[in-house]
Write a protein that binds this ligand. Structure first.
Ligand code: NAI
Length: 302
């Protein structure tokens, strides 16, 4: 088995002052990457600032003989995103790898959700990914190389009680990836989305204590590090992982049925009477090749 090495690569990991991000950063550095440890150092629900979180991980990496630099900007603004990437450029001269990982929770049932809860969660997870990824892509394009990870969640992919704000942001990241992968493929930039699971500060009190040792943050590292490596040539995929179990999750479409003939109006009753054929997932296929809209137009165009 040949080793996956990242010598000479420069990685930016947002929110890597603790939790899962810290584990990514330590592993990337141990494989030779120079790492920007970005962390605003907020509380579990996004309040305050604490630079010691990022500093602590930088020290760990340096103590182990690696190279790292701290950045304390928030991912939630364009100014912050630009500054995070500028830290990589000023210190290490380029950006090869970006893991969008920073975030926090503000869980409330839908009827109790405030505008602030909604905006803050969308800002850190969804807008934050835009704010850091746009300057990163500009830098990656210069070297015709990049590996980008968006961090989604099963809460967005499948749903979770009390997390409409978080779920919307996390599913929105899949939307960014689906289009971005098409725009950056020509620059050898691969964009993938992961949904990790870990007993971390974020999930303390949500995930039962009894299984905390089975879902350590570090169990999310191997697939993520592979996706950040040159060997990974896949783009636009969604991966779910949980305590050493990994899968590919996809948006699927069933075969459907074409009722239209480009002229006649289709009555609602005809849809009702064909519902079985419309909802069937027999022979369903993943739609992740970027030109899937043509699947729907094909029957009309033939
Ligand atoms: P964590 O709370 O341990 O770490 C998140 C880090 O992000 C913290 O160090 C925090 O200070 C930092 N951060 C928060 N807002 C920031 C901002 N505006 N700018 C820069 N840094 C900021 O959480 P954990 O569990 O390590 O989560 C990491 C990522 O994985 C998050 O995106 C989370 O939504 C996602 N995730 C985690 C799951 C889990 O089971 N722990 C499940 C699914 C997704």
């Amino acid at each position: 088995m040949s080793d996956i090495r990242l010598d000479g690569r420069v990685a930016v990991v947002t929110g890597s002052g603790g939790g899962i991000g810290r584990e990514y950063a330590l592993e990337l550095a141990s494989r030779g990457a120079k790492v920007v440890i970005n962390d605003l150092g907020v509380s579990k629900d996004g309040a305050g600032v604490d630079t010691s979180r990022a500093d602590g991980v930088v020290k760990e990496i340096k103590d182990a003989g690696g190279e790292a630099v701290a950045n304390y900007d928030s991912v939630s603004t364009m100014e912050g995103g630009n500054s995070i990437i500028q830290t990589a450029m000023d210190t290490f001269g380029k950006v090869d790898i970006l893991i969008n990982n920073a975030g926090f929770l503000r869980d409330r049932s839908f009827l109790k959700m405030t505008e602030e809860d909604w905006d803050d969660i969308i800002a850190v997870h969804l807008k934050g990914a835009f704010c850091v990824t746009q300057p990163a892509v500009k830098a990656m394009k210069e070297n015709n190389y990049g590996r980008i990870i968006f961090t989604s969640s099963t809460s967005g992919l499948f749903g979770s009680f009390g997390q409409t704000n978080y779920g919307a942001a996390k599913m929105g990241l899949v939307g960014i990836m689906n289009s971005l992968k098409l725009e950056v493929a020509k620059y050898n930039i691969m964009v993938n989305t992961i949904a990790p699971t870990a007993y971390s500060r974020m999930t303390e009190g949500i995930i039962p204590d009894s299984i905390k040792d089975k879902i350590k943050s570090k169990f999310n590292v191997p697939l993520t590090v592979y996706l950040c490596s040159e060997e990974n040539q896949d783009t636009g995929r969604i991966y779910v992982m949980n305590g050493g179990w990994f899968d590919r999750t996809a948006i699927m479409a069933g075969p459907g049925i074409c009722l239209g003939d480009s002229e006649r109006d289709i009555p609602a009753e005809e849809v009702r009477d064909n519902l079985e054929n419309i909802i069937t997932m027999d022979g369903a296929e993943p739609l992740d090749n970027g030109s899937s809209i043509f699947k729907y137009l094909a029957p009309l165009l033939s």
